[in-house]
Design a protein around this ligand. Structure first.
Ligand code: CA
Length: 224
């Protein structure tokens, strides 16, 4: 994985480069916005980490220009405390994510992985939670390398949960999405299907992914 880091604070640049290199990622560093922009345009990267306040061209203007040129490389913006940053503006310009300084390197690594995975899964509609991967195009579900067979209804249920990992969906919401009809409060249909799905994706696994949130509904998440 090849990453471009555009960051003018040398200490920060060294810290990030070291952390990402330890994960086997190769990191090019530019300390200046103009140089960063030129390098970003001339070499293919899997991802760019872009500080906003830079000498020369600033991060937002680099991003704006890259997108204008049709360059869709994934971008994470770095923002510093006290610096004016409009989250919405950054995301509207086409940033994939942003991270406020100071941050833990693990947080950055996790986001880099998620974004690169998402970008490489584009077109195949791949969703990933921990080692669970759900491919909406091929309708293939795996935990790690193990292929999991689901019925169409079980797949729809899993699909609506993995589309927003960590978000709790109520039985009513699930029923509407998966069964397309109004919820009958007397039925335990959703619970029955959740149990079936759970036994297929979580049984025998150390990390459980399908969670019941008592009195609210269900979610798919790495943390319980
Ligand atoms: Ca800066």
């Amino acid at each position: 994985m090849r990453i471009l880091l555009v960051e003018d604070e040398k200490k920060m640049a060294t810290f990030v480069r070291k952390g990402l290199s330890e994960q086997g990622m190769s990191v090019d560093v530019c300390l200046d916005g103009d140089e960063g922009y030129n390098v970003a345009r001339s070499c293919p990267f899997d991802l760019i980490i872009l500080d906003i306040m830079l000498p020369g061209r600033d991060g937002l203007s680099i991003l704006r220009n890259l997108r204008r040129e049709g360059n869709n490389v994934p971008v994470i913006l770095l923002t510093a405390r006290g610096e004016p940053f409009e989250r919405v503006e950054g995301l509207e310009l086409g940033a994939d994510d942003y991270l406020a300084k100071p941050f833990y390197i693990d947080e950055l690594i996790a986001r880099v992985r998620t974004i690169v995975r998402r970008a490489s899964g584009q077109g195949s509609h791949l969703y990933q939670v921990a080692d669970l991967s759900v491919n909406l195009s091929s309708r293939e579900v795996r935990r790690g390398d193990r292929l999991i067979e689901l019925t169409p209804r079980e797949f729809s249920l899993l699909e609506c949960l993995v589309r927003s990992p960590g978000r709790v969906l109520s039985r009513v919401q699930i029923c509407e999405k998966v069964w397309n009809y109004d919820f009958d409060p007397g039925t335990n249909l959703v619970d029955v299907y959740v149990q079936r799905l759970r036994s297929k994706i979580d049984k025998g696994q150390a990390v459980k992914l399908l969670h019941t949130v008592r009195g609210v509904g269900y979610k798919v998440d790495e943390d319980s």
